[in-house]
Design a protein around this ligand. Structure first.
Ligand code: MNH
Ligand code: ZN
Length: 185
């Protein structure tokens, strides 16, 4: 996982909970980096997973829920760092359809060999987009948060359901994203 994911996780923990929480995560996980993460370097996925586990024990919130909150926070950070991807599109569904073929293609050039998921979209109707997620890292709850972060960015109220999940033995996760408000269609 690229350092930007870790630096953003560090920011979220420090801003939402406090620096002492981040320090205790470092004491428990003892990352080889000592907690000094740089944006384009790679760090072990296991470190993030371990930190989420400890954060879950500390807050009493389930890991999946923490990962979804983190996805929303991460979306905001990525959109701030790379504003062109969000200013380029006016509609949430058009944006989500551009992740695989445009955004993550550019990410391949900006970050050296990133570990990106495969995202495919199918527009089922004017108000419904089906989004499929595939990744050996099975970070679908992060994807859920990123989708919600994107919806907020585009001022679009949505209902998101996670209809198939890799954690239940499926070969991919399927999300159904429904626009609630007529004005966004
Ligand atoms: Mn996207 C990982 C960039 C929007 C889903 N994404 C990453 C990584 C970068 C990144 C960088 C880290 C790669 C690595 O660790 O090696 N993503 C972006 C940017 C935008 C973006 C710049 C928009 C701006 N990403 C989205 C959206 C989704 C998404 C929206 C929602 C479906 N991205 C992911 C997921 C991962 C990821 C999920 C985690 C990797 C994985 O699942 O294997
Ligand atoms: Zn899933």
């Amino acid at each position: 996982m690229k350092g930007i994911v870790f630096t953003t996780f560090n920011d979220m923990v420090e801003n939402r909970i406090g620096i002492s929480c981040w320090e205790s995560l470092l004491e428990k996980v003892k990352p080889a980096s000592g907690g000094i993460y740089t944006a384009v370097e790679d760090f072990p996925d296991e470190e993030l997973v371990a930190m989420l586990g400890h954060l879950s024990s500390m807050t009493g919130k389930p890991v999946d829920e923490l990962l979804t909150s983190f996805g929303q926070y991460l979306f905001h950070a990525l959109a701030t760092k790379h504003p062109v991807f969000v200013t380029d599109k006016t509609d949430l569904f058009e944006f989500l359809k551009s992740i695989d073929g445009v955004i993550h293609k550019e990410v391949e050039k900006l970050y050296e060999s990133p570990n990106l998921p495969e995202i495919t979209c199918e527009q089922a109707s004017a108000r419904v987009l089906l989004l499929n997620y595939r990744s050996p890292r099975r970070l679908c709850h992060l994807a859920d948060g990123l989708i919600r972060g994107a919806a907020k960015q585009f001022n679009t109220e949505v209902l998101v359901s996670h209809d198939l999940c890799m954690h239940d033995g499926n070969d991919h996760c399927a999300f159904r994203i429904q626009k609630v408000d007529e004005r966004n269609i």
